[in-house]
Write a protein that binds this ligand. Structure first.
Ligand SMILES: Nc1ncnc2c1ncn2[C@@H]1O[C@H](COP(=O)(O)OP(=O)(O)OP(=O)(O)O)[C@@H](O)[C@H]1O
Ligand SMILES: [Mg+2]
Length: 419
């Protein structure tokens, strides 16, 4: 009012006070001068607008915004808010720094895809825009090391504009542990395979031995060797050395640490390869393998090395189940057979490993994929075979399920998406 009297202008202000009941009140105050005919200010008018309700709402909003911000920041997983079009990072929570090493202000307004390795950025732009769930994506920590993360992306509204919320989960440690487990179980499998390989190697060695003995005898007795026989025998030796080399290379290849590369591969080839090493030791135990491979069979995206590990795990289990059945009742002269079948089905490839063993008891069938679940005696099984196979098949985007008729046999059916 004073100002209005002084300068003759209207004035606004926000005032607060306490009302009759002792509650805080808020007003917007406007003053206007009132002039007489000569233009002199003779009075002033004050209009008070009660804005207490607005004010209280505003305070509540601020409080709830603060609350949400706190929740946002205490989510243990990194959360990014991206512009839905440019994919620029508009906001992120505190967990981003602990996982990625970047402070919030360092990363704001950078493009989210820059967190992927350069050669993969293009591939991921589309998937981020599509709000996909991305498993095992590689991302780069501020200090340059690679992180493996699972990533969930969902569209949302963020004060008036379209954004994408990206939540990631750091699975680097988990993958490393899994790698160690896979490798450990693979070494156990290699041990199993050694017997088979010894058998396999014996055969080419026997052929070579026979040929060399023949040569030695002829040379000692100073007998001439017909040229045609020299030719045949040296070709035999040559091809058997090749065969032995192939078996050894296969072992070496199988033992190497698998990377996470996935390529289109032919399942039938993988099955034939697992049998190459394994069939001999099945034959010795009187177990027949019945192959039923569909040709042509579409390719699947997988890692041949790890898929072979799955096949061998299933073959070993089948072998043990058959032996357990025959062992527990030797008079039972059931067939000892393993059926290996592949077949295309509606954009997928099915692999079935069926045996005539003891079957899986109903009581344990729900547990067989758990790590360290085994019904085998100490020293025979560690209970890792199926849990690792399950995990590998999942990684290929497929599924594996058991079928069992108690006392008559079990089957494992793997389904993989065709390329
Ligand atoms: N073909 C099968 N027939 C009957 N039971 C099976 C068969 N395959 C698996 N099982 C059951 O599932 C359990 C778990 O199998 P898994 O391959 O995970 O472990 P394991 O064979 O006991 O040990 P590991 O594979 O580590 O040497 C087995 O102990 C067995 O009881
Ligand atoms: Mg096993």
């Amino acid at each position: 009012m004073e100002k209005t009297f002084e300068d003759g202008q209207p004035h606004f202000s926000e005032e607060s006070g306490v009302n009759k009941d002792g509650q805080p009140e808020y007003w917007v105050v406007k003053t206007t001068p009132i002039r007489n005919a000569e233009g002199d200010i003779v009075a002033a008018m004050e209009v008070n607008l009660d804005v207490t309700q607005h004010k209280l709402l505003e305070q509540q909003l601020e409080k709830s915004e603060k609350k949400y911000h706190e929740i946002f920041n205490s989510i243990p997983n990194p959360v990014f808010v991206l512009d839905a079009e440019s994919l620029e990072i508009r906001d992120c929570n505190a967990a981003v720094q602990s996982v990625y090493g970047y402070e919030r202000r360092e990363i704001l307004l950078r493009r989210f895809v820059e967190l992927f390795p350069e050669e993969e950025q293009l591939r991921y732009v589309a998937r981020v825009l599509r709000s996909d769930v991305i498993h095992q994506a590689r991302q780069i920590h501020k200090d340059g090391r690679i992180l493996f993360v699972d990533m969930w992306i969902s569209p949302a509204e963020y004060p008036g504009r379209r954004v994408l919320l990206v939540t990631t989960s750091d699975i680097t440690k988990r993958l490393e542990t899994e790698q160690h487990l896979i490798q450990a179980s693979k070494m156990a499998t290699l041990g199993e395979m050694a017997t088979g390989v010894a058998h396999e190697l014996n055969q080419p060695l026997a052929v070579i031995k026979t040929a060399s003995r023949f040569f030695i005898k002829k040379v000692r007795n100073q007998e001439p060797i017909p040229e045609s026989i020299i030719a045949t025998l040296s070709e035999e030796i040559d091809s058997h050395v090749d065969r032995a080399t192939r078996i050894i290379n296969h072992m070496r290849e199988f033992g190497r640490r698998a990377d996470r590369q996935m390529d289109p591969i032919q399942v039938n080839d993988v099955i034939r390869k697992s049998l190459e090493i394994f069939s001999q030791q099945l034959k010795v135990r009187g177990i027949d393998v019945v192959l039923n491979l569909a040709e042509p069979l579409p390719l699947v995206r997988a890692d041949a090395n790890r898929l072979e590990q799955v096949c061998i795990n299933l073959l070993i289990n089948a072998r043990d189940a058959i032996e357990a059945k025959v062992g527990s009742s030797p008079h039972l002269k059931g067939e000892k057979k393993i059926f290996l079948t592949t077949q295309p089905q509606k954009g997928r490839v099915l692999i079935e490993v069926r045996d005539t063993g003891q079957g899986i008891p109903r009581a344990v069938i729900g547990k067989i994929f758990e790590p360290f679940f085994t019904t085998k005696e100490v020293g025979k099984g560690t209970g890792l075979g199926l849990s690792i196979s399950y995990q590998i098949i999942q990684e290929f985007g497929g599924s594996i399920r058991p079928e069992s008729r108690e006392g008559q046999g079990a089957a494992f059916i793997i389904s993989l998406p065709a390329v």
